[in-house]
Design a protein around this ligand. Sequence first.
Ligand SMILES: [Zn+2]
Length: 320
Amino acid sequence: MALSNEQYDQIMRGYELRRRNARAERDRRYREILQRIPAYQELDGDNASTISSFITDLKNDTADAARTRDALAEAGKRRRALLSQAGFPADYLDSVYTCAECRDTGFINGVKCRCFVRQEIDLLYSRSHLEALSDKMDFSMLREDLYNGNDEALTHFRGARDAALSFTERFPACDKDLLFMGNVGTGKTTLSVCIAKELLKKGYSVIYFSAVSLFDQLAAAHFSKDRSEADSEPLRDLYSCDLLIIDDLGSELTNSFIEEELFVLLNERQIRDKRIIISTNASVDNLRSTYRDRIFSRIISGFSILKLTGTDIRFRKAVM
Ligand SMILES: [Zn+2]
């Protein structure tokens, strides 16, 4: 998937608005500074004259770039000192941007900034898939009383919930990826969605796919003409987003094409040190017989396997 022209324009209009707001905020702060530190304007005036005499010198071939640079740096230092003395942060005038890295342009040296990629992924994947699910879900929903009377299920549930919380807390420096394993309605998707929501809030890029639609995407990318370009957009996002969630693995029809794509995907993300969460209804034995050894061993070695058991808590919630 790639952005449509409309989506691209939508993002660029957003940047325009952010820059306009940033300029207005900068003007407001500048006036505030002048009120409190009248000497500040003199320094700005000095700067302007340093620059215009440099331009005159350039025309006369007598320019001294190093001296001019030093003079400007010196003036910058004095301005920051004045701000600090008056109790302003030294970067008070520069910290007006939503994204300091690209100064709300969306690009750094012609390359998309992280904040652009984040929005792109939001538009292309996460929103549509996650928002529908996540409206009513958060960690507080994961209540122990749903497991009353089933100690084994409660123990499993606590293990999975604690792993999810610590994964979220330590992200992206987690030891292992997560695999939630259990029957329908045992809370696997809820746990994944809760993690995704928290990480989206912190500004990470998250892509959420059911296994079936993930492999549709991979097939589309595989057979599209861009495949030759190693960084065709859909694959690049799947390989490099901060977190990829694959829901319901094992529900898709497996064939050697899917196996290969899944293996490449797991591998590419491992190389980039990017995290994955998988949920599945299948048992370990099932996964073992469905996927070949290299995928199975990657899962066994790279994932914390968290079992969820018990009756369908969606059903229990409905009747309580
Ligand atoms: Zn940015």
